[in-house]
Design a protein. Structure first.
Lengths: 320, 83
């Protein structure tokens, strides 16, 4: 049996979430994976190749649950208006279905293929960039978020990924933040998504008119470690994927936290709006953002916050 | 340092972090019982203790601290290790 770690050039890191996406060698068949991961009958067939996952995504794109009102709104904002409305929506639907296939039915072999499709020189450059100085990488709950998180963990096995589950789970925010601080100060990058549901709401940001409640975790981490902030994106390219890192703000010497936080969120909003108005083939719509934009279209604000350390969490810990 | 001295240090730092000079803590106090004691303020407290007492916590050490008493235990171990 091949060593599963050896199949990943970057190695399997400590952030690996076994229950979420078990790393198994390609020799395992879907039924073996289903048995070992406890997959249900409906979820027994896992995609072993990107072409299979994409083919299935294309086949069921029309059935992906996306409301026409939301599609109308996002198309009105796109920078790709030279594409017809129908073609644009089809690309969004395929991207969303592909993201679902990778997230819910992705195999280790599929993740490996995604990783290998990324140019080695690009990966090497990003590795150097994110380990040459204290760095906080940020992303969002969209844009192929699960494979992006897995790839980050493999590229930076000593780094920290703050997510809903895993070694540094966001529900234990103090430990996750402290571990991230320790890592970042040691030039091991941390990845987190400020649009996540955990943490105490500290305000809202405006993304294409939608109000998104946010916490202060990510800007606090960058400010307290004097780290560079980067946007970390996994994007479809040709028949595979690529990674893009965009430089963001870094705290100035003596800069007050509130000033840096505001700069941080201006950058974050810019990157989110760039994503939502960008290439439709890289616009898979997650449940979070469907609800966020859906609430805006209904004249409301979608609040999903769950405090990490307060009475509220104790009261609602079993609610979702 | 005695446990009382460590408790007083924790209280003073947390009172500053939370901007609550009337803060009262006991060894059984938990973050859930204190208004605004969230994850960020917990990390600020830990950083404040590091700066005040001149040591560094590791992430493993601060994982799963259940109450102020557990934090006092940890601080005592760190202080003892220094001497």
């Amino acid at each position: 049996m091949p060593d599963p770690k050896a199949e990943f050039p970057e190695g399997a890191g400590p952030n690996l979430v076994i229950s979420d996406w078990t790393v198994l060698p390609a020799a395992f068949r879907p039924d073996d994976i289903a048995m070992l991961t406890g997959a249900t009958e409906l979820d027994r067939t896992r995609f072993l190749t990107l072409s299979d996952a994409l083919q299935e995504a294309r086949a069921r794109a029309a059935d992906v649950a996306l409301k026409s009102q939301l599609m109308d709104f996002l198309y009105s904002k796109t920078r790709y208006s030279s594409i017809s409305r129908g073609d644009w929506e089809e690309q969004v639907r395929i991207a969303t279905a592909l993201d679902e296939n990778i997230t819910r039915r992705g195999s280790a072999a599929l993740l490996r293929e995604i990783g290998q499709s990324i140019d080695r020189a690009i990966k090497a450059k990003i590795k150097r960039q994110l380990t040459s100085a204290p760095t906080v990488a940020v992303c969002y709950h969209g844009g192929f978020s699960v494979p992006r998180r897995k790839l980050f963990a493999r590229m930076f096995p000593e780094g920290v990924v703050i997510a809903a589950s895993g070694k540094h789970a966001a529900h234990d925010g103090a430990f996750a933040l402290f571990a991230a601080r320790e890592a970042v100060l040691d030039r091991r990058p941390a990845l987190m998504s400020p649009d996540g549901r955990f943490g105490r709401e500290a305000g809202t940001i405006n993304v294409l008119g939608a109000q998104l409640p946010v916490t202060e975790g990510a800007p606090f981490l960058a400010h307290t470690t004097n780290a560079a902030v980067v946007w970390f994106a996994l994007l479809r390219k040709e028949n595979g994927f690529t990674l893009e890192v965009s430089p963001g703000p870094q705290p100035d010497k003596g800069e007050r936290f509130s000033d840096f936080r505001d700069r941080f969120y201006r950058f974050y909003v810019d990157r989110l709006e760039e994503a939502f108005t960008g290439d439709p083939s890289n616009l898979p719509l997650s449940v979070n953002w469907k609800l966020t934009f859906g609430a805006m279209l209904a004249g409301k604000v979608y609040r999903q916050r769950r405090p990490t350390r307060s009475r509220d969490e104790t009261q609602h810990s079993d609610s979702d | 340092m005695t446990r009382q001295e460590i408790l007083a240090t924790i209280r003073d730092i947390l009172a500053d972090v939370l901007d609550n000079e009337s803060l009262q803590l006991t060894e059984s106090s938990t973050a859930e019982q204190v208004e605004d004691w969230d994850s960020i303020n917990q990390v600020k407290l830990l950083i404040g203790l590091e700066n005040e007492l001149n040591f560094r916590f590791s992430a493993q050490e601060v994982e799963g601290l259940k109450n102020v008493g557990a934090l006092i235990d940890l601080v005592q171990r760190k202080v003892s290790a220094q001497t």
